[in-house]
Write a protein that binds this ligand. Sequence first.
Ligand code: ADP
Ligand code: MG
Length: 231
Amino acid sequence: RERAQEILDEAARRDTNRLGVEAMDLLDAYGIPTPQGDVVDSPGDAEAVAEEIGEEVVMKIVSPDILHKSDIGGVEVGVPPAEVRDTFEDLVVRARNYQQDATILGVQVQEMVDLDAGTETILGMNRDPQFGPLLLFGLGGIFVEVLEDTTVRVAPVSEPEASAMLDEIESAPLLRGARGRDPVDEAALVETVQRLSQLVTDFPAIVELDINPLVATPDGATAVDLRLTLD
Ligand code: ADP
Ligand code: MG
């Protein structure tokens, strides 16, 4: 919790209330797994992080002015080690083309997550003036946009409540291994919902938060992207 407070204090010192993947340590601090990686501000440092990861990486532009990174070409997946430096430059150029004066905090170099072995879900929070922190869970990707298959609870949620959230979405059978897929680790998802519930209960300054995607696999759940707003 102290670690999480430090991260939020640091963010408050910048002149923005929007945080992105640079704040993923916040999730780590609450025991929500995130891919290995770091935010760097030079091509050389990007290469060093990629070397540490030791295989193809994902690279993302980190800017409070860019909400949907992939919309502006700000996410490159499967970047081989030899292309890390050039990709760093490309991402910054694309961000500048999108908005000349965008604040660019750097580029995140992140371990690849095997999306084929998993299911993209979304876990979010919206603080309602009347009801308090509303937790939202659903399938991610096209499912969340097209089917709007989501469910909501007021935080804090108990384990049975978190579990019920997984059960009550229409696409619950997908999580349980429909069509010959391996079922995802539901216990890990339930745990993640509860941990996020604790985080937003502890920090009322967080008014909005989205983990999209939260990748659920047969052996865990990993937060791959983060966006949040402070009051
Ligand atoms: P944004 O939502 O701002 O466009 P994301 O970080 O969510 O940015 O990345 C966009 C998409 O790229 C994700 O929905 C996911 O499909 C893919 N992606 C992002 N990070 C990873 C990763 N570490 N491993 C595999 N795929 C990823
Ligand atoms: Mg995303």
